[in-house]
Design a protein around this ligand. Structure first.
Ligand code: ZN
Length: 79
């Protein structure tokens, strides 16, 4: 995972961009567009980056990741 993904994720948590909606359901602000937000669980996200990851790497046994998924991980650790 890239360092910039982690950096973005930390920033999202620090700026209260992560909101817990339900068990394993989070609403996370888009870092590029503050008016936008994505619904994220511990292993899926609806952002284009996550969807494209599977489009490009499908079947290679890789797990998709994005700054939102990473933000949920950090958020849970700090809870
Ligand atoms: Zn995402």
């Amino acid at each position: 995972m890239s360092a910039s993904t982690i950096k973005k994720a930390k920033k999202l948590v620090e700026t209260s961009g992560v909101k817990k909606i339900d068990d394993d359901l989070y609403q996370i602000k888009s870092s590029s567009d503050p008016d936008k937000s994505y619904f994220v669980t511990s292993d899926s996200c609806e952002c284009p980056g996550f969807k494209n990851f599977y489009k490009f790497h499908h079947g290679k046994g890789l797990k998709a990741n994005c700054s939102h998924l990473e933000a949920v991980r950090i958020f849970k650790k700090e809870e």
